[in-house]
Design a protein around this ligand. Structure first.
Ligand code: MN
Length: 153
């Protein structure tokens, strides 16, 4: 990324900001999600990215040591943070603490777009083992979330 100071935006797309693969890891389970790095610079210790989940899309269920600070910029949906399922609306803020399972899902007919701030240097995401997934699914609310039962609404 260059040091240009002004990038015009149109419909949640920014000049000279390419769409990137969401995850390099082939094992990751996700659907219909794009990623754009808005701010990343060797003199900054954070990065700001824009993720967009198409209708029916969801991010990987994962955890890691680094935190996320998320701001919903478009649409609405639901998120799992730890063992809590929350509805997320335009402009809501979501903080994901260290080593906490999390996943985002779009709801309704619009894409869910959000800004996500992270450490520039960060640990690799971990995926749940079968045992960890079974433990999460003991909550009926969490199981329904993971199965995408309400994503159409
Ligand atoms: Mn994450």
């Amino acid at each position: 990324m260059t040091d240009a100071v002004h990038r015009k935006a149109r419909n949640y797309r920014w000049e000279d900001v390419p769409e990137l693969p969401y995850k390099e890891d082939e094992r990751a389970l996700f659907r219909s999600i794009t990623r754009r790095v808005l701010f990343s610079h060797r003199h900054m210790q954070a990065e700001l990215r824009y993720f967009e989940l198409a209708p029916g899309g969801f991010s990987t269920l994962e955890r890691h040591e680094h935190m996320h600070a998320v701001l919903v910029l478009r649409g609405h949906g639901r998120c799992l943070v730890g063992e809590e399922v929350k509805s997320i609306e335009l402009h809501d803020l979501i903080t994901v603490p260290p080593m906490t399972w999390h996943q985002f899902r779009a709801a309704g007919p619009e894409p869910l777009g959000f800004l996500c701030m992270v450490d520039a240097r960060r640990d690799k995401p971990q995926l749940p083992s079968a045992a960890e997934l079974a433990r999460l699914r003991r909550s009926p609310e969490v199981a329904a979330f993971l199965d995408g039962e309400q994503d159409a609404r």
